[in-house]
Design a protein around this ligand. Structure first.
Ligand SMILES: [Zn+2]
Length: 437
């Protein structure tokens, strides 16, 4: 069996082929019982450290027969393919992961063939090691160009007053215009059942239709019982508190403040995100804006309920707009495609590897790796979903990545490091593959 599940995975394929499990395993289990077969496969996968840690048989003994069959056949598959997984593969961890993930199993080894194989390779972390094993860290001159993209331009001390003068009036105008679009819309909210079914279809599509690497993180949400439809909630229910307001304003300021149309105001004011206290100084300024400007305070409050947002970290609500805007925003037919795109974008935020998220926060313009790359991947996956029977009709004719200069920098990183390297960084936390620590 070839590792290539889809054409998109071709470049990632490292091992030439996957050795299938033993055909007579069911007979062997019937003859010898599960315990000795499990213990022997477990010991083989653990290698030298097998004696040092207690066997997981104590857990497995309590599983029902179908779970045990799945597990033992999965371990057999891993033993036969361990050497092909690359240097990062940890057999002991893989064995333990399968024991823990047996409740997530979807495919029966007796009838599901290839799908069972990919399920085992994914849940055990085999794919997580094997997929990036053939990728190389960026070399010069690409490495130097990447460093430039992550580094801040030389800047003087941060001048909050300059930022206020350059940005606050334009920001207030822009938010005012946006709020007018929204408040002129119908009062009838989007059908929550549509949000829920779209979220469910979207998660299934992203897991099964976008290439192996998307779901290859063994500890990632797609393998840990995450249900997007459970976490998606209409933004009209978003709490209005100081933290949400500050977060909203911070995003707007990073977005507009890096836009040459507004004089690249953050750079011009000497804001350097890589300096230790820069983010705090900016937050202090934004708090002062909110406290001292009633109009801004009101606009932010109104827009919170219309704006997508997600909680940082692995869990929690993902807000998507559920109150349609008025005609000034655009035709009503564009509304559901708009929400669909936002949902995909927010789902991708949830799938970003924690190491990637941490690395993104350390570069000069965190919006590049955070929003720019998320939107780049959103566009790629949107195009792929055109062929999906349920989601295809929600893809707009014209799909282009946003986030201005940050978005363009994200595209440059993809070109310099390569699209597979970028995905390995994003989904698997292999940030070294895009030239980051
Ligand atoms: Zn985003």
């Amino acid at each position: 069996m070839s590792l290539t599940k889809t054409k998109r995975d071709t470049a990632l394929a490292t091992a030439a082929s996957i050795t299938p499990g033993a055909p007579g395993m069911a007979d062997l289990l019937a003859r010898n019982g599960v315990e000795p077969v499990f213990r022997s496969l477990e010991a083989e996968l653990r290698g030298e450290i097998a004696e040092e840690i207690p066997s997981r048989w104590i857990d497995v003994a309590a599983y029902d027969t179908a779970d045990q069959q799945w597990l033992v056949q999965g371990l057999d598959l891993l033993v036969r393919n361990a050497a092909a997984a690359g240097p990062g593969f940890d057999g002991a961890r893989a064995c333990s992961l399968l024991v823990d993930r047996v409740r997530e199993r979807r495919f029966d080894p007796a009838i599901s063939g290839e799908r069972f194989t990919y399920e085992i390779l994914t849940l055990s972390s085999w794919l997580e090691s094997a997929l990036p094993a053939g990728l190389a860290v960026p070399a010069a001159p690409a490495r130097g160009r990447l460093d430039e993209l992550y580094r801040a331009a030389a800047a003087g001390p941060f001048d909050p007053e300059a930022l206020t003068a350059a940005l606050l009036p334009a920001l207030t105008d822009r938010l005012g215009e946006q709020l007018t679009w929204w408040t002129s819309g119908p009062a009838e909210p989007e059908d929550p059942a549509w949000l829920e079914s779209t979220a469910r279809a979207l998660q299934a599509f992203v897991r099964d239709g976008t290439g192996l690497i998307t779901g290859a993180c063994a500890d990632g949400p797609l393998n840990e019982g995450f249900a997007f439809e459970r976490d998606v909630v209409g933004a009209s229910a978003r709490p209005d508190d100081d933290t949400s307001r500050l977060g909203f304003l911070r995003r707007q300021v990073h977005l507009m403040g890096r836009d040459p149309a507004y004089g690249s105001a953050l750079d011009a004011a000497g804001y350097d995100h890589t300096r230790a206290d820069a983010a705090d100084a900016l937050d202090d300024l934004l708090r002062a804006w909110l406290a001292g400007d009633d109009a801004l305070h009101e606009l932010v409050g109104g827009l919170l309920a219309r704006t997508p947002a997600h909680r940082g970290g692995p869990g929690g609500w993902i807000y998507v707009p559920d109150l349609p805007p008025g005609e000034g925003w655009g035709p009503r037919a564009a509304w559901r495609p708009y929400v669909y795109r936002l949902m995909l974008h927010e789902l991708l935020h949830r799938l970003a590897h924690p190491r990637y998220v941490a690395a993104a926060a350390e570069v000069a313009d965190p919006q590049i790796l955070d929003e720019g790359v998320v939107d780049l991947l959103t566009c790629e996956f949107l195009e792929l979903s055109r062929a999906d029977p349920e989601l295809g009709e929600l893809v707009p004719d014209d799909v282009t990545a946003g986030y201005g200069t940050s978005g363009r920098a994200a595209a440059a990183i993809q070109d310099l490091a390569g699209p597979d390297n970028l995905k390995a960084a994003f989904f698997l936390g292999r940030t070294d593959l895009i030239g980051l620590p």
